[in-house]
Ligand binder design. Structure first.
Ligand SMILES: [Zn+2]
Length: 230
């Protein structure tokens, strides 16, 4: 057996990652066991609403498997909608650099998980983000965080695609931006409305990516997808 360090001795940033791996979504600190106590600072409204839903569908919110569900769902929704609380200034803090580089920058296959605002069910898949700089670039590790900031909200895929593109246009003032999102929506897949595994693709192109066919074609060839209308 390896010795585990005292969790309290870990730096906060590491502690948070360890916590996330050790706990189920919506669970409290594993040291506290089952999340049977209310969420800190909660008005109790989410918990009461979840109990109402359970009753309405004919369930018994007091049975063992469900008794902690309202608290757990409250914590889960806080995690899944934490994107509303992200400060974009802090997110990009210090990571925009002046450089002469003017070739296309592409970050592809960024996994994301979001909630559709029509059903509060997950939609998830990959984001592909590209831009052609005009004197300014952003640290590569920031692009998945921008995707996550918008994913962790109630969303529709089209708007999320546009928001990522708008964010980069505003912050970097590049020659152009291209964003493609490919996602499976559980609200469709679970009902068999579409064939299971059907992927919905959305694209937002701005600046050079909109005006210039060659730039757009280069982007789609980088991500290995046919350009729309090609
Ligand atoms: Zn939906």
């Amino acid at each position: 057996m390896t010795e585990h360090p005292d969790p309290r001795s870990l730096p906060d940033s590491v502690r948070r990652i360890v916590d996330e791996i050790e706990t189920e979504i919506g669970d409290e600190d594993p040291q506290l066991g089952q999340p049977s106590h209310p969420v800190e600072g909660s008005s109790g409204r989410i918990e009461a609403a979840v109990r109402e839903i359970l009753l309405e569908i004919g369930e018994d919110p007091t049975r063992e498997g469900l008794v902690a569900t309202p608290d757990r769902m409250h914590r889960m929704y806080r995690e899944l909608t934490a994107g509303y609380l992200v400060d974009p200034e802090r997110l990009i803090n210090g990571a925009v650099f002046e450089v002469g580089y003017s070739e296309m920058v592409v970050v592809k296959d960024i996994p994301f998980y979001s909630l559709c605002e029509h059903h509060l069910l997950p939609f998830f898949g990959s984001a592909h983000v590209a831009y052609v700089p005009e004197g300014r670039v952003i640290g590569l590790s920031k692009i998945p965080r921008i995707v996550e900031m918008y994913a962790r909200r109630l969303q529709v895929q089209e708007r999320m695609t546009q928001q990522i593109a708008d964010f980069l246009m505003e912050r970097l003032e590049p020659k152009g931006v291209g964003v493609v999102l490919e996602a499976t929506h559980l609200c469709a897949a679970m009902r068999g409305v579409r064939k299971p595994g059907t992927v919905m693709t959305t694209a937002a192109v701005q600046g050079l990516f909109r005006r210039n066919d060659k730039t757009r074609a280069e982007f789609f060839s980088h991500i290995g997808r046919p350009a729309p209308g090609a």
